[in-house]
Design a protein around this ligand. Sequence first.
Ligand SMILES: C[S@@+](CC[C@H](N)C(=O)[O-])C[C@H]1O[C@@H](n2cnc3c(N)ncnc32)[C@H](O)[C@@H]1O
Length: 292
Amino acid sequence: MRTGQESIESWVGDVEFERVGLVKRAIKTVLINPFANYAPAGMLKSLLRFGKSELAAANWADPGGWRSMVISYNGRPRQIADKILVGGGSMAIALRNRRRLASRILAALIEHAPSEPVEVLCLGAGPGHIIMDALCQVRRAAHATLVDLSGDAFEYGRQLARELGLEQKVRFVQGDVRDIRTMLDRPPHVVKMLGICEYLDDEHIVGIARAVAEVMDERGSIVFNDLSDRHGTDRFFRRVFGLHMKHRTARQLCDLLRQAGFDEFAQTAEPLGVYRVIVAHRESRANRTSKG
Ligand SMILES: C[S@@+](CC[C@H](N)C(=O)[O-])C[C@H]1O[C@@H](n2cnc3c(N)ncnc32)[C@H](O)[C@@H]1O
């Protein structure tokens, strides 16, 4: 089955999101974000060091790495600084919303894949929270290959898989997603590129998507996300965390994926408007032929 806008909306209709009320949003816009963005970076770093922020330490060690993601996902930090950043920060809330949205969409794509076992390829997977959430929701036989640069993400991921009873369903491949051509021994039905495009250049995104499109059949799908600056703290992330993310609209990303041989885009946004999760399909042979 190919995913239209209607299917995606029906899959995610009852996902429970975290939301930010009007008053909190106003306080963030008028007070918190300007302070975070424009107070001297040295002072903010000292405050975070003094407050023993685990989120800041994780970003200083590996900006945008899997540990900071896991701290945001867990949402129950011990330190006061992290209670503010993780509990109330728009980016952390949006990340948790994206996780819920994406795992639901992946589960539906697995349920609708044309044959079993369903193969899912997860690029820049970290320890694999999102795909493991999805695998726990499906009845069909499915395997996931998780590719990441970081070996220690996989130690954590193996432990997570054991706790969830998924050890036989996931395998971990340490490597650079830009070398994806060497890792395509199992043609995937579904490719997951969540939380990774914001760290890649356009030509890498196109190269990776083209490589997976070449080995997929026509019913194959790809799931990815855009990133808007509506979280309002990009300047803070750059100056204080050393985190340089590439913000791209859904349209810009779809244009890149179209160049690589995908079409039929459908998308849905989490309520803060920071992320959209987008699904596309391998372009049909007929379309490719008619383009010449
Ligand atoms: C922000 S985390 C996202 C993790 C996971 N996809 C999620 O959304 O929960 C980004 C991950 O991409 C990995 N990564 C970044 N660049 C990569 C590359 N070129 N090849 C493989 N992994 C990469 C990092 O090691 C990190 O685990």
